[in-house]
Ligand binder design. Structure first.
Ligand SMILES: Cc1ncc(C[n+]2csc(CCOP(=O)(O)OP(=O)(O)O)c2C)c(N)n1
Ligand SMILES: [Mg+2]
Length: 398
């Protein structure tokens, strides 16, 4: 049982995985009405815990939006899995199932003026930053309608117009890159911030500490966000990390622990950390306590290094989508039946996106060098002064 002060309306209790069963014919409550929710406890490092909120208000409309966004993500990832298994997606494919509240809660706290960068588990952030399911599945299946024209695939999703910088296959690389984005925000005299998301495995890397040192020294507006999903590939944090309290690992930098399975907690924690960054106090090292339901990538069943019981109990007690469903039903904005209708319609939309991606054209041969190498003045692709097409030097006809 989950005490709903962790996830829902105050002083009621209900299993997060079992929304109210009773259906009533009473009219649903207007979505603009709000409810107050207790938040799961934050933990802080070099930051005043008492200045963090202990409760928050959400409207039915907000909760409905969070529910739909997370359900759409879950469904898209499930379909990506199927597309991989049937040979439509090749290469790598890392799924986000279980971690959706992080992507959705972050976007509820910042705007597209703020920079976002992450690792290879990046499909859902792309959606949250304004791409469509059609767009994401197109890139995964190598279609010209994807954001990288079908030449990048699963690990190369970007939306620069909404300040989303992907999509980075090298573990930890987004630490220094995100710090550069924060530097740009500060250098440009804006109040914008950068969020760099990385895993618990990446948190042990030297480049994260090097970038954090610079960010603290220069008081850069950046959230170093460690998504602690308990595993780096098949290695548990207990076996890989000398300290599992990731929020304290910034040492001299402020740290914040957030329940990453609770979308309201993510929203409020990130809103707080972001405001701190905007006022020039320097970086915040956030630990998102979350969990990945699937294996590391599609080639990993995710069963060899953890028990089925562990996964099932996480789903039963902390699932982010079920938590919001419970809030919607308990708050009187929805019934189990009305939410089933919403789920049905979202599944249809995702199915249509799958068909769209399967039918979309692959990139034509003339796109082979496009966007890969810098063009010469005459528009031809060049590597170190050599024309790719002819092997000749720029300006020297063969
Ligand atoms: C520099 C580097 N080393 C190793 C790898 C191989 N690798 C890919 S993902 C991964 C584990 C990372 O785990 P974590 O940071 O916890 O992220 P998660 O996959 O859990 O999201 C490793 C070792 C890599 N891509 N880059
Ligand atoms: Mg991990």
């Amino acid at each position: 049982m989950l005490i709903v002060t962790v996830a829902g309306v105050r002083s009621k209790s209900r299993s997060a995985a079992a929304p109210a069963a009773e259906e009533s014919s009473a009219p649903l409550r207007p979505l603009e009405e709000t409810e107050t929710y207790d938040l799961p406890a934050f933990k802080t490092h070099r930051m005043d815990l008492d200045s963090l909120p202990t409760s928050t208000t959400a409207s039915g409309a907000q909760l409905q939006e969070y529910f739909e966004s997370m359900y759409r993500m879950r469904r898209m990832e499930t379909k990506a899995d199927e597309l991989y298994m049937t040979g439509h997606v090749r290469g790598f494919c890392h799924l986000y199932n279980g971690q959706e509240a992080v992507a959705v809660g972050v976007e509820a706290a910042v705007t597209y003026e703020d920079y976002l960068i992450t690792a290879y588990r990046n499909h859902c952030q792309q959606l949250a930053r304004g791409d469509t399911v059609e767009g994401v599945l197109s890139e995964l299946t190598g279609r010209v309608t994807g954001c990288s024209g079908g030449k990048g695939g699963s690990m190369h999703l970007y939306k620069p117009e909404n300040r989303y910088f992907g999509g980075n296959g090298i573990v930890g690389a987004q630490g220094p890159l995100g710090t550069g984005l924060a530097f740009a925000a500060k250098y440009g005299g804006t109040r914008n911030i950068a969020i760099t998301m990385f895993g618990d495995g990446a948190a042990n890397q030297g480049q994260i500490f090097e970038a954090l040192n610079m960010a603290q020294l220069w008081r850069l507006p950046i959230i170093f966000m460690c998504e602690n999903n308990r595993y780096g590939m098949g290695t548990s944090t207990a076996r890989a990390a000398a300290s599992g309290d990731f929020y304290t690992r910034g040492d001299y930098a402020a740290g914040l622990y957030i329940d990453g399975m609770n979308v309201l907690s993510v929203r409020e924690g990130i809103a707080y950390a972001a405001e701190r960054c905007r006022t020039g106090e320097g970086p915040v090292y956030v630990e998102m306590d979350t969990y990945r339901y699937k294996g590391h990538s599609i080639s990993d069943q995710g069963t060899g290094y953890r028990t089925t019981d562990e996964v099932q109990s996480m789903k039963a007690s902390r699932d982010p989508i079920d938590q919001v469903k419970t809030m919607l039903i308990d708050g009187g904005w929805a019934t189990l039946q009305s939410l089933k209708g919403v789920e049905r319609s979202l599944r249809k939309q995702v199915d249509a996106a799958v068909e769209f991606a399967k039918k979309a054209p692959e990139p034509p041969p003339e796109h082979l060098w496009k966007d890969v190498l810098s063009p010469s003045a005459s528009g031809e692709s060049v590597v170190r002064g050599t024309l790719v097409t002819t092997g000749g030097k720029v300006g020297t006809p063969l």
